[in-house]
Design a protein around this ligand. Sequence first.
Ligand SMILES: NC(=O)c1ccc[n+]([C@@H]2O[C@H](COP(=O)([O-])OP(=O)(O)OC[C@H]3O[C@@H](n4cnc5c(N)ncnc54)[C@H](O)[C@@H]3O)[C@@H](O)[C@H]2O)c1
Length: 267
Amino acid sequence: MFDIKDRVIVLTGATGALGGAIALSLAKAKGQLIVLGRNQDLLEVLLKKLTPFASVQAYAVNVMDRDDLIRVKKEIVKQYDRIDVLINAVGGNLPGAVIPDDKSVFDLSESDFDEVVDLNLKGTLLPSLVFGEVMSQKGKGSIINYSSMAVDRVITRVLGYSASKAAMENFTRWMAVEMALKFGDGIRVNAIAPGFFIGKQNKDLLLNQDGSLTERGEKIIRNTPMKRFGEAEELNGPIHFLCSDSASFVTGIVLPVDGGFSAFSGV
Ligand SMILES: NC(=O)c1ccc[n+]([C@@H]2O[C@H](COP(=O)([O-])OP(=O)(O)OC[C@H]3O[C@@H](n4cnc5c(N)ncnc54)[C@H](O)[C@@H]3O)[C@@H](O)[C@H]2O)c1
């Protein structure tokens, strides 16, 4: 039911913590994987992990550069003549768009805010336009975006990140409707919303040097009914589902994978 063998899958942010985990899982499931990252050296390291399981191609590309994305799209279309799945795992944060406890919203860096909005919104929008256009021509495809727990309820500090992921969620629904109405029922656009996973972006916020929880880490665990952080691999099953034909009538959703965080009032 969840077979994705030979699906042509484009993955952005593949050298990241969560991107790397899904890349390995898709390679093991024998997808035709095209991994995109910014840093050629990190891509080489990733390729070594993936190639024992599947033939994988890697491209160094800046997802904020439409021409760069079009260059890669042309290569993919030349080889496969289709793109079945796009996974948009690029995303991130910047210090000036975060409001530390000893400062207030009035200290916000407008330029960092703009950059974070660009990264999380346009970093998903542009690949969706460039690679999604190939799907529109074929009438088939699945796009999967990465949202966050910071959208539905306020999580302190991460102002720019929250606003940009909220906009990206809205874009996910908008694009789902647009694709279905104009290009048919074969194209789906969804997102997953990971709860709290230890990654490069949040490690220092959640864990002390000795591995114990920071005050913020403790608050998160207190509000997660399963009482632990997620493991990156726990996102793989939900993503495989959204890639596969099992999800043929699923579009415009944001699927929480969060150990119950979004369901819990904290009481
Ligand atoms: N880790 C978590 O707990 C968590 C929770 C919720 C949502 N998310 C979201 O999941 C996604 C993946 O998170 P992650 O933890 O793997 O992040 P990460 O920082 O480990 O990886 C992000 C990747 O995106 C790449 N990238 C950044 N800017 C780029 C650009 N302009 N062009 C090309 N590549 C670029 C980076 O090089 C990096 O490899 C992100 O959207 C993140 O916001 C993560």
